[in-house]
Ligand binder design. Structure first.
Ligand code: GRF
Length: 195
């Protein structure tokens, strides 16, 4: 399996996945990082790992289809077989889905189907729910709607602020995402995915 990680922002999940691969917890090749944002922190964050980074700015393309086809051309050059969205702030369109549906996963900071879309942590906090969490799911054409692969709950305590809750959720994300990708890799190899 040759993985491309797509990220638009700080890239803490991207780095957690790369570190898991480097320390042997994840047996897959992380061949490429793709970003749609030339200012994204993820670019410098992954620099020490010597993984190629490709930047695609949507405004340089006529439309979403042209943008995604440019990405697909590069994914094919790198023989990418699996896409990991890690804070990729864009709805995936038909072109990428045609090539990668079933081989593309996303992480979302809530227990889907609750609180899809932007600002999921704030949404849960402001709704005064007592439990939120993290979901990893296959990507389909909807917003955070694809088949769920893994979830982990995070309790919202009385003393939590949005900041402390965000920290708790990110801590869970950084463990659950590499672990879940490793399970998928093992299933793909036809091995037993259990720990
Ligand atoms: C994560 O909270 C993830 O769940 C959401 O976007 C955030 C990305 O954070 N999809 P980072 O860029 O990995 O630090």
């Amino acid at each position: 399996m040759r993985i491309a990680i797509f990220a638009s922002g700080t890239g803490s999940n991207a780095e957690a996945i790369i570190q898991a691969q480097r320390n042997g917890q994840l047996q897959a090749e992380i061949a490429l990082v793709v970003t749609d944002n030339p200012q994204a922190k993820v670019i410098e964050r992954v620099q020490p790992y010597n993984i190629p980074v490709q930047i695609f700015e949507p405004k340089e393309y006529e439309n979403k289809d042209a943008f995604e086809h440019a990405i697909i051309d590069v994914l094919r050059q790198y023989d990418i077989t699996f896409i990991v969205l890690a804070g990729y702030m864009r709805l995936v369109g038909p072109a990428l889905l045609e090539w990668y549906e079933g081989n593309m996963v996303n992480i979302h900071p809530s227990l889907l189907p609750s609180f899809p879309g932007l600002h999921a942590i704030e949404q849960a906090y402001n709704a005064n729910v007592k439990i939120t969490g993290v979901t990893i799911h296959y990507v389909d054409a909807g917003m955070d709607t694809g088949p769920i692969i893994a979830q982990e709950a995070v309790r919202i305590e009385e003393t939590d602020t949005i900041e402390t809750l965000t920290e708790k959720i990110q801590k869970v994300e950084h463990k659950l995402y590499p672990k879940t990708i490793e399970h998928i890799v093992n299933q793909t190899k036809g091995l037993d995915g259990d720990e």
